[in-house]
Design a protein. Structure first.
Ligand code: IPM
Ligand code: MG
Length: 355
């Protein structure tokens, strides 16, 4: 029996509710696939600040690095918005990604057939969409120096080095090799020097992957193409801030941001989390959609543990719950046979796995 140690970071807002459902589903998959999971909880975000004065306590980094993977809920909330920047939950998250070295953020956007009507785009545009945003996560304008703020001036710097671009480009090409073998690299090379370097390096690395078709697109055009004809994309390779924006945009193809998982990987350990935030406005009401987090747990099984059968079981159970017409609030208007709570959705998915 294989056993894995998972660090659980529930975070703020709806984080605890959705992580609880993912754990329920993991436990169901454990008993049917002969796996054992042990969990260790760690604090991060606003709750960690409230508890210790630091949104990212050192203990959380230690627990994470001593685990086989991290399953992460969501952090942040208006309550902490007025703290000095380094005390804010978001700063904790950025430091966390940096400390763990998770430079590659994989954000798949898949449209479930059952939910083609849920997208704000026409069904024929979104039906069959299956793309992956590969976002560089620990560089670019989020981390570049110099940065600063005076009363009347604020500045940040977008910096990428060759090495940073090389490693994320390899990830994108490797992922493309397991998919439809197309990479579209997104930049703003018509204006930014950092983007011209990005484009040159990605083009160089592409030579090592002759089977993969590489194209380049300016980010403004990509934002437009993503809603004009999303099926043209397989892997979208981007830097940190462009990927942040485009992955939120891509999430709407699927109808709800509550559906989309992510994996952040690096040399040491992976962090698996839904792409949505902590939604403080609906926290504690039992209406959050746990599917993005459950699908993140599936990505953890697939990418961190290589437990493909177990991961497929989760993905199939999610599809089944949707095709049987179970919907959380966010998707209640779209062909729902039954509207269910956060924990009911978790139980339905867990039960399909057990059977
Ligand atoms: C995300 C989020 C974060 C980011 C925030 C919360 C710091 O929007 O994971 O996409 O900008 O990376
Ligand atoms: Mg974001």
């Amino acid at each position: 029996m294989k056993s894995y140690k998972i660090a659980l970071i529930k975070g703020d807002g709806i984080g605890p509710e959705i992580i609880d459902e993912a754990v329920k589903v993991l436990d169901a998959v454990a008993s049917c696939c002969e796996l054992t999971f042990s969990y260790e909880e760690a604090l991060m975000g606003g709750c960690a600040y409230d508890f210790s004065g630091d949104p990212l306590p050192q203990e959380t980094i230690n627990i994470s690095l001593n685990s086989d993977a991290v399953l992460f809920g969501a952090i942040g909330g208006t309550k902490w918005d007025n703290l000095p920047r380094e005390k804010r939950p978001e700063s904790g998250l950025l430091r966390f990604r940096k400390e763990l070295g998770v430079y590659a953020n994989l954000r798949p956007a898949v449209v479930y057939d059952e939910l083609v009507n849920a997208s704000s785009l026409k069904p024929n545009i979104v039906k069959g969409v299956d793309l992956m945003v590969v976002r560089e996560l620990i560089g670019g304008i989020y981390f570049g120096e110099p940065k600063g703020r005076t009363q009347d001036k604020g500045w940040n710097t977008m910096v990428y080095t060759r090495d940073e671009i090389v490693r994320i480009a390899h990830q994108a090409f490797k992922i493309a090799m397991t998919r439809s073998k197309k990479v579209c690299s997104i930049d703003k090379a018509n204006v930014l020097d950092v983007s011209q370097l990005w484009r040159d390096v990605v083009t160089e690395i592409a030579e090592q992957y002759p089977e993969v078709e590489l194209s380049h697109m300016y980010v403004d055009n990509a934002a437009m193409q993503l809603i004009r004809d999303p099926k043209q994309f397989d892997v979208m390779l981007t830097g940190n801030i462009f990927g942040d924006i485009l992955s939120d945009e891509a999430s709407m193809l699927s109808g709800s941001i509550g559906l989309l998982p992510s994996a952040s990987i690096g040399a040491k350990i992976g962090v698996y989390e839904p792409i949505h935030g902590s939604a403080p406005d609906i926290a504690g009401q039992g209406i959050a959609n746990p599917i993005a987090t459950i699908a993140s747990a599936s990505m953890m099984l697939r990418y961190a543990f290589g437990e493909i059968i177990a991961a497929n079981k989760i993905d199939d159970a999610i599809k089944r719950a949707l095709s049987e017409g179970y919907r959380t609030q966010d998707l209640a208007q779209f062909d729902a046979k039954e509207v269910c709570s956060t924990s009911e959705m978790g139980s339905i998915i867990a039960n399909y796995i057990a059977r």
